[in-house]
Design a protein around this ligand. Structure first.
Ligand SMILES: [Zn+2]
Length: 208
């Protein structure tokens, strides 16, 4: 059992699995898909709370073997200092875990989707949105890939839809695209996410 402390100081015990195989743990799979995974309601104030996670999630039939790390370890992951078993991919925090499971449910290649997310985040910056905006894949909707854009000004969630055709182009051109900047960095190491690009850019400036 892991304890999690609510904002109201109530301590709640949550049973966190160390390892889950989504081919056999179907209850965990459905909880990941509906977003209820490890969420508990605080008996005192009614707020939903979640423990920090460190667990390994595999989904052999979809080719997933990932070490999921808490958001607190994001910087260690960027600096290659987090404990990630060899051969594992890294995912940081619940939103990335939920997103990955949705991509695999829809039989999408996560790396091709990551390329689309890069272009969407570039557009978000052009539109002068918050540079901390996070773009997460949410699902398929009549031949469109639906993305949620979080962290906009005024705390709104934006919704962007891209045609499946854009995804197919990203998939077909993957070999070429991934050999170019900035994608060489995106797909290097166990954490393959466009989210680290901002950090890497800042870090290079610090070194000067
Ligand atoms: Zn509470």
């Amino acid at each position: 059992m892991t304890s999690v402390t609510c904002r109201c100081d109530t301590v709640i015990e949550v049973d966190v699995p160390e390892l889950a195989n989504l081919d056999s743990d179907r209850n965990i799979l459905s909880a990941l898909l509906d977003g209820s995974f490890l969420s508990s309601i605080c008996p005192r104030c009614g707020v939903a709370v979640r423990p920090e996670i460190a667990l390994r999630i595999t989904w052999p039939s979809k080719g997933l073997d990932a070490q999921v790390l808490p958001e607190l370890e994001r910087l260690s992951v960027y600096r290659d200092k987090a404990a990630i078993p060899s051969g594992c991919e890294a995912l940081v925090g619940y939103p990335e875990l939920f997103e990955r499971v949705r991509m695999l449910r829809d039989d999408l290649d996560p790396k091709a989707v990551e390329i689309l997310k890069y272009y969407l985040s570039e557009k978000a910056l052009e539109a002068e949105l918050d540079s901390e905006a996070a773009i997460l894949y949410n699902g398929l909707e009549s031949d469109k890939l639906v993305f949620h854009v979080l962290g906009l000004k005024a705390e709104q969630t934006g919704v962007v839809r891209l045609p499946v055709e854009s995804y197919r182009k990203a998939l077909t051109g993957f070999k070429e695209t991934s050999s170019k900047k900035p994608f060489i960095q995106v797909f290097k190491g166990p954490y393959k996410s466009v989210k680290k690009l901002g950090f890497l850019a800042d870090d290079t400036e610090d070194d000067r």
